[in-house]
Each structure stands twice: as C-alpha cells, then as structure tokens.
Design a binder for this molecule. Structure first.
Ligand SMILES: [Zn+2]
Length: 93
C-alpha cells in the first residue's frame, strides 16, 4: 500500500488554468496576486493548487493562506477570494 502522507496534495496553480479561463474568460495564470496576510506577490500559476476536493483551492506559496477557492455546480459557480489583497490582470491596450 502506498503511504499517501508523503505524497504532496498540491500542484501549482497552472493545474487549474482551464477552470480559471472558464471563470474569468481568459487565462489568468500570469495575473499577479498579493496575499492579504503576508504580502507575498506571485503569479496565480505559482500558487499552490488543491484540486482533489469538491472544488478548487489556491493557497499562498509562502504562508498557505487560502487566496481563492471555487466550486462549480451545474448552473452556478461559487467563488471566494478571502486571502487576496489584490489581483492584477493585464489587459490589452
Ligand atoms: Zn501569504
């Protein structure tokens, strides 16, 4: 039997790129997020993504605060961004 306690549960935020594109209408893995708790600034694609639950959770790679989480139902998406101070999304001029 495999010892699951030694297997990291998280991937990087790029693992959720497809779902984020559905939510935001474009790829935001290069958007820069700032953690509300520790001030760490990183690209969304560099966050820690937990995708093995009923929804997706993105955590700060520095302090593990929940930055974003969402769950998708048949007709609704529930989205929270409790740990984000800001999210900088580049737009085309
Ligand atoms: Zn943090």
């Amino acid at each position: 039997m495999t010892d699951r306690s030694t297997i990291p549960r998280h991937l990087d935020g790029n693992a959720a790129a497809g779902e984020m594109t559905q939510l935001f209408g474009s790829d935001i893995t290069n958007a820069m997020g700032t953690c509300r708790l520790c001030g760490h600034r990183a690209a969304v694609g560099q966050t820690r993504a937990y995708v093995d639950g009923p929804g997706v959770v993105l955590r700060c790679p520095d302090c593990e605060t929940v930055l974003m989480r969402w769950a998708t139902g048949p007709t609704t998406v529930w989205l929270e961004m409790p740990g984000l101070r800001s999210l900088e999304i580049a737009i085309e001029p």
